[in-house]
Write a protein that binds this ligand. Structure first.
Ligand SMILES: Nc1nc2c(ncn2[C@@H]2O[C@H](COP(=O)(O)OP(=O)(O)OP(=O)(O)O)[C@@H](O)[C@H]2O)c(=O)[nH]1
Ligand SMILES: [Mg+2]
Length: 197
């Protein structure tokens, strides 16, 4: 593990049941695959970038970054993708973002990195003033053992795992919109329409 290095993973490993199981990272948002926004936000900040996906691997590989899959085929939730990344990265810090929040920008991810470092916390997690957004994270990769154990126990809930560690919440209450995420085809259409105005 290399000190001070930052790796990033974009989570695209879900089944997108609310989108008729289309692949959320690959649906088009304003003429680009939805995952491309997360990649663009993350790329300037990281030494190593990974895509976490469990299907359509060939298509995800075309973005030019290694594609890693969950270690189980049971779709154990976003933490399974975080663990898969921790197992392969060579970095002290892992930045995590989902594939379906196209309004997110580098500056927001940078805030996660900076506030974790400033407080020397295990984890920095995004907060919109009302609730946590637990798939927007900067965390230490040495939490790998803890995460592995948590998942092996059959636990899935992210918040509960985060709270076991020294965590800082990063306040984005001035820009709660940045967490808009797209779960259905009608949400996709609505956000595209809004952004075109
Ligand atoms: N690696 C991995 N990522 C997941 C898994 N489930 C969800 N995610 C990711 O976590 C993020 C947030 O999840 P959701 O918005 O619920 O996405 P989803 O589970 O594909 O969609 P639904 O089936 O409609 O809940 C997305 O980036 C998903 O790709 C999983 O089992 N494995
Ligand atoms: Mg889900």
């Amino acid at each position: 593990m290399t000190k001070n290095k930052v790796a990033g993973v974009v989570l695209a490993g879900g089944l997108a049941r609310r989108m008729q199981q289309q692949d959320k990272g690959l649906v088009l948002f304003k003429n680009r695959e939805m995952i491309s926004y997360a990649i663009a936000a993350m790329q300037p900040l990281v030494d190593q970038l990974l895509i976490n996906a469990n299907r359509n691997i060939d298509q995800y590989q075309q973005f030019g970054f290694p594609v890693i899959s969950d270690q189980t085929d049971s779709f154990d939730g976003p933490l399974a993708g975080v663990l898969a990344a921790m197992e392969v990265v060579d970095a002290e810090i892992l930045l995590v973002t989902p594939c379906d929040s196209p309004l997110l920008e580098s500056k927001h991810l940078l805030q996660l990195l900076n506030e974790r470092a400033a407080k020397q916390a295990d984890i920095a997690v995004a907060f919109d003033g009302e609730r946590l957004h637990p798939v927007f994270l900067a965390l230490k990769t040495d939490l790998q053992g803890s995460l592995k154990q948590y998942l092996q126990q059959g636990e899935r809930k992210i918040d509960r795992w985060l709270k076991q560690h020294q965590m800082v919440t990063v306040d984005f209450s001035q820009e709660p919109d940045l967490f808009l995420n797209i779960n259905t085809l009608s949400e996709l259409q609505a956000l595209q329409d809004r952004e075109h105005e």
